[in-house]
Design a protein around this ligand. Structure first.
Ligand SMILES: C/C(=C\Cc1cc(O)c2ccccc2c1O)CCC[C@H](C)CCC[C@H](C)CCCC(C)C
Ligand SMILES: C[S@@+](CC[C@H](N)C(=O)[O-])C[C@H]1O[C@@H](n2cnc3c(N)ncnc32)[C@H](O)[C@@H]1O
Length: 232
């Protein structure tokens, strides 16, 4: 599996969608929900605002957002993997039925410009064939002054203890456990996708070039994850 191969990535996420949430809980000890909630705490979405979750996958972030603002109205989730959206629809149909799920491309959403107050993207940017084009599209659909939060693995430049820890964790914990579920190849893709993923500083630069007025980057999970915070 090569990063940047859009069709192959879509197929990969379709194939892992039924085990995706379960494995994320195992691999992060449930902490990924805490990281996603931290993102919401920073962005402070409020009732009445219109939000979009790009690369929503099985819908975790959109559902957390709906819980956070105590309403599922005005929330849209978009993902290219149709099977991931089947899971998202099933998970949301009882209590969060107003969330709109769209099967589409985050690089070309075909959504009207300047319509969202806020935008979320969790673990999506690294999977796009062009993170820069993803940021341009995010900027286009946000209202002026709209805010965006992008959560993903931190990409380390050079040698560091944290970078080494990340490689060891992925190679000796995540891949072997996922292999037990027949998904070793799929999960070994995470490490590959980090090779060309821009560092926090470079993400800031890309976002400003894509049109955002303000950009900052902060880390969490003992420096393993990063949040890119943007204002359109
Ligand atoms: C929710 C998480 C990852 C989502 C995710 C992203 C991808 O790009 C994938 C690609 C292919 C298959 C699956 C995924 C995928 O699930 C984050 C949590 C899961 C991680 C595997 C956990 C990795 C944790 C850090 C390297 C170290 C964390 C230390 C912490 C203090 C426990
Ligand atoms: C690692 S998952 C993250 C899912 C979810 N946001 C979460 O935090 O659990 C990455 C998601 O990005 C989606 N994706 C990758 N490229 C995409 C694109 N060009 N357009 C829309 N979705 C895309 C995949 O289908 C996958 O569901």
């Amino acid at each position: 599996m090569r990063p940047g191969n859009t069709k192959a990535i879509e197929e990969m996420f379709n194939s892992i969608s039924s085990k995706y949430d379960f494995l994320n809980d195992i691999f992060s000890f449930g902490l990924h929900r805490f990281w996603k909630t931290r993102l919401l705490d920073i962005l402070n979405p409020t009732f009445g605002e219109k939000w979009i979750d790009l690369c929503c996958g099985t819908g975790d972030m959109s559902i957390l957002l709906a819980r956070y603002i105590k309403s599922s109205k005005n929330i849209t989730g978009i993902d290219s993997a149709s099977q991931a959206l089947v899971v998202a629809r099933e998970r949301s149909k009882q209590n969060y039925s107003s969330i709109e799920w769209i099967n589409g491309d985050a690089l070309e959403t075909n959504l009207t410009s300047h319509q969202f107050d806020g935008l979320l993207m969790a673990y999506g940017l690294r999977n796009l064939s062009s993170p820069y084009s993803g940021l341009e599209e995010a900027f286009r659909i946000l209202k002026p002054g709209g805010r965006a939060g992008i959560l993903d693995f931190r990409s380390f430049e050079g040698t560091s203890i944290q970078g080494l820890f990340q490689k060891i964790y992925l190679s000796f914990y995540v891949v072997p456990i996922s292999s037990l579920f027949g998904l070793g190849k799929e999960y070994s893709y995470i490490k590959k996708s980090l090779v060309n993923f821009p560092s926090g500083e470079k993400q800031i630069h890309l976002a400003l070039s894509a049109g955002f007025k303000k950009a900052k980057y902060q880390t969490l999970a003992m420096g393993q994850m990063g949040i890119l915070l943007l204002e359109a």
